[in-house]
Design a protein around this ligand. Structure first.
Ligand SMILES: CC(C)(COP(=O)(O)OP(=O)(O)OC[C@H]1O[C@@H](n2cnc3c(N)ncnc32)[C@H](O)[C@@H]1OP(=O)(O)O)[C@@H](O)C(=O)NCCC(=O)NCCS
Length: 144
C-alpha cells in the first residue's frame, strides 16, 4: 500500500472538482479552484497506489494557516488517511510556528473527533452557518 501526498496541478483540477462536489457544496467550480490556486491556496491530493482518494485545501496567511477542507473518499474512510492529510498540514504549521484555524459544522461528528484528537481546540461558535447548522471555529497551536 503506497500513499503519497502531492500538490494538485491545474491539470488535476477536474478530479478535484469531482471530490469537492461530492463532499462540499461550495467552491466546486473549476474556475474557483483555479482562482484560489492563483491566489496561492494549496490543494494537495492523497494518492493510494496511484489513485486519488482524498485531498486537503488550505491557505497560508501572515500568522496562521486556514484549513478550508479535508476529505477522504467513502470506501477509504476510517483507515487513518484523514489523520495523515491533516497531520501533513500541521507539520508545515509546526515548521513555520503558525497556528491552524478552521470552521467545521457542529454536527460533523467524525471531523470533530479527528480535529480534537489532533489537538484542535474550540475557539467559539461562528456567526456563520451551513445548512442551518452553526459552524465552530477551531484552532490548533504548535507546542514550543
Ligand atoms: C473527516 C474525514 C476527513 C475523516 O477521514 P478518515 O480518513 O475517515 O479519518 P481517519 O481514519 O484518519 O480517522 C481519524 C480520526 O477521526 C475520527 N473518525 C473518523 N471516522 C469517524 C467516524 N465515522 N465516527 C467518529 N469518528 C471518526 C476518529 O477520532 C479517528 O481517530 P481514531 O480512529 O483514532 O479514533 C472524513 O470523514 C471525510 O472525508 N468526511 C467528509 C468531508 C468532511 O466533512 N471533512 C471535514 C470538514 S472540512
Amino acid at each position: 500500500m503506497k500513499t503519497e501526498i502531492v500538490p494538485a496541478s491545474l491539470k488535476q483540477v477536474y478530479s478535484l472538482k469531482v471530490l469537492l462536489k461530492t463532499f462540499f457544496s461550495y467552491s466546486n467550480q473549476p474556475e474557483k479552484i483555479k482562482e484560489n490556486m492563483k491566489k496561492g491556496h494549496s490543494y494537495y491530493l492523497l494518492n493510494l497506489n496511484g489513485k486519488t482518494i482524498g485531498f486537503i485545501h488550505f491557505n497560508e496567511l501572515k500568522s496562521f494557516y486556514r484549513l478550508n477542507g479535508v476529505a477522504i473518499d467513502f470506501p477509504f474512510r476510517g483507515q487513518g488517511f484523514g489523520d495523515k492529510l491533516t497531520k501533513f498540514l500541521l507539520d508545515k504549521a509546526k515548521k513555520s510556528h503558525k497556528s491552524v484555524t478552521l470552521l467545521v459544522d457542529s454536527g460533523n461528528e467524525s471531523a470533530l473527533k479527528l480535529y480534537y484528537k489532533l489537538g484542535f481546540k474550540k475557539v467559539r461558535v461562528s456567526k456563520r452557518t451551513l445548512n442551518g447548522s452553526p459552524l465552530l471555529l477551531l484552532r490548533w497551536t504548535p507546542k514550543n
